[in-house]
Design a protein around this ligand. Structure first.
Ligand SMILES: Cc1cc2nc3c(=O)[nH]c(=O)nc-3n(C[C@H](O)[C@H](O)[C@H](O)COP(=O)(O)OP(=O)(O)OC[C@H]3O[C@@H](n4cnc5c(N)ncnc54)[C@H](O)[C@@H]3O)c2cc1C
Ligand code: FES
Ligand code: FES
Length: 491
């Protein structure tokens, strides 16, 4: 058993312990850890809920090709044990010394050259997002640059100078002083991760466990049925940072490699519950176009680098963006305890408002999405106040199987219309067997407007939700008649 965590920081292995006399608890966020250090105050707290990006840092880890992979994350959402075995990079690490002179990193140089900083509050976070872009892309497109910066709010610059800085800084080879020291960092990270004993710490009323194997994770789950399971923790951390809840027991799955896989089989696609959504987005390109398009407008890159598909399914939120789509795709959820394994259809898995069919000794293992047959068309739509970085007011994911012009099969799944993602079963029943025509769709829209009684809240009035749902169905009808439609989000 390990009682401390270790990560690479400022070019060396740093060990953090959580004894009674330590300033840090396992649920101290990386943001608060950094703010407590004299030399790392560049990182800022803007919102403490993943929305502003002022706290952005980069985590590097050894990828499957043996090289370092650099990911931007919101440090306000990350608990300290989640960075065990990774390199933590902050804005203070970017400049380097050359012949006793401090030299700015290319992304910093370009921010200066383009006047990309004014008040400077957002700047360290923006610079770290640019650094992540620099390490992952050469000559990125405007779309890629905008995606990398979606999670960084700036009140002053109007973004144009920052976009220019990004484009200029990332026009080279991506080689920098981090490239020079990469092999040394990899050695240090491998030294840390060679120890796969579970990290466990009890401090006061709180106990935190981070297993590194599936078997250990299942044992912990069996022995601690009331503990909260976390993966990316982009949902759960907010219970602490915003609701000030004491998370008494935590089982942190972020180190369990067996949950981070994805593959294609002759029948479908298998996505590990612990695979970060950005990796799911990349995997789904060209295979599951509706899922791919939706993940483009899911949170920000910082969120998708941490958040997982298992977490979205496990949260069972009525506005969880992947859920209507998984219903439309007829996905199945594989869950497992130490003793047994079950495969549950996604609709049976979601049992109520933030409730699932998961037993308290089980973990979500993977999600399987069957391939669709020829003649089947799936698309999804998200209605939110802004296109990027916003949670849905209403979402819809629809599946149509046509025989000539007749509806042979139809699934109309909605988010934000009921206490759980739900199908419009009466509207589906009306359409089944009918001609797929504008006239029938207009009739179906009328039935749909009576089928749900959504709530009114800050995101939208009930009437707005009903109107949006009807119009999404109409949009699906129109898109289904366009050859080779490109699924997209609407704002
Ligand atoms: C700024 C911000 C933007 C966001 N934007 C979006 C958005 O656009 N669309 C959207 O749908 N959501 C959004 N979210 C919500 C959140 O990011 C997603 O729900 C995400 O998929 C959760 O994944 P996670 O791995 O972080 O889950 P966690 O927070 O780790 O867990 C969420 C729930 O799932 C359970 N769980 C996780 N993994 C397992 C497992 N393997 N076995 C059993 N239970 C498990 C946990 O116990 C918990 O109940 C956003 C959140 C933030 C903070
Ligand atoms: S402080 Fe705003 S995203 Fe972390
Ligand atoms: S420079 Fe002021 S918030 Fe970005």
């Amino acid at each position: 058993m390990q009682e401390t965590i270790r990560f690479v920081f400022d070019d060396r292995i740093v060990e953090v312990e959580f004894s009674k006399s330590s300033r840090f608890k396992p649920t101290t966020t990386v943001l608060n850890y950094l703010r407590s250090l004299p030399m790392h105050k560049g990182v800022k707290e803007g919102c403490a809920e993943g929305d502003c990006g002022a706290c952005t840092v980069v985590l590097a880890e050894v990828g499957s090709n043996g090289k370092l992979v650099y990911n931007t994350v919101d440090s306000c959402l990350v608990f300290l044990p989640m960075i065990h075995g990774k390199q933590l990079i902050t804005v203070e690490n970017l400049a380097f010394l050359k012949e006793k002179h401090k030299v700015l990193h290319p992304v910093q140089e370009m921010m200066v050259a383009t006047n990309g900083s004014q008040c400077g509050y957002c700047t360290p976070g923006v610079v770290m997002s640019l650094f992540g872009l620099f390490k992952n892309h050469q000559n990125p497109s405007r779309e890629t640059i905008e995606d990398a910066l979606t999670g960084n709010l700036c009140r002053c610059t109007g973004y144009l100078p920052i976009l220019e800085a990004a484009q200029k800084a990332c026009s080279g080879t991506g080689v920098d002083h981090f490239s020079q020291y990469e092999s040394g960092v990899i050695e240090m990270l491998q030294e840390i991760t060679a120890n796969t004993e579970t990290f466990k710490k009890k401090r006061g009323k709180q106990h935190y466990a981070k297993p590194f194997t599936l078997k250990e994770a299942l044992l912990l789950r069996r022995d601690n049925p009331t503990s909260t399971v976390i993966n990316g923790s982009t949902d759960v951390t907010l219970r602490q940072t915003k609701k000030k809840e004491l998370l008494t027991g935590i089982i942190d799955l972020s180190g369990v490699e067996e949950l981070r896989h994805c593959s294609e089989t002759p029948d479908g696609y298998i996505i590990g519950a612990g695979l970060p959504l950005e990796k799911v987005r990349l995997f789904s390109e060209g295979k599951l176009p509706a899922l791919h398009a939706m993940l483009k407008v899911f949170g920000s890159l910082q969120i998708r680098n941490m958040a997982t598909l298992g977490g979205n399914v496990g949260s069972a939120s009525p506005i969880g963006d992947t859920l209507p789509m998984l219903i439309a795709y007829r996905a199945k959820v594989k869950v497992r305890s130490l003793a047994a394994e079950r495969i549950i259809g996604i609709e049976d898995f979601l049992t109520g408002y933030r409730k699932t069919a998961l037993n308290d000794d089980e973990l979500i293992m993977e999600i399987t999405i069957p391939k669709t047959v020829a003649g089947t068309y799936v698309n999804s739509y998200k209605v939110s106040r802004r296109r990027d970085m916003d949670i849905s007011t209403v979402s819809g994911a629809f599946r149509l199987t046509r025989q000539q012009e007749t509806v042979a099969g139809i699934i109309l799944a909605f988010g934000g219309m009921a206490s759980t993602p739900a199908r419009a079963v009466k509207t589906e029943a009306f359409l089944r067997g009918k001609e797929w025509s504008r006239e029938n769709i207009e009739h179906a829209m009328f039935i749909l407007s009576k089928e749900f009684t959504p709530i009114s809240d800050a995101r939208g009035e009930a009437e707005f939700r009903n109107t949006a749902a009807k119009n999404l169905l109409l949009k699906f009808f129109i898109d289904s008649n366009v050859p080779d439609p490109v699924p997209r989000s609407s704002d």
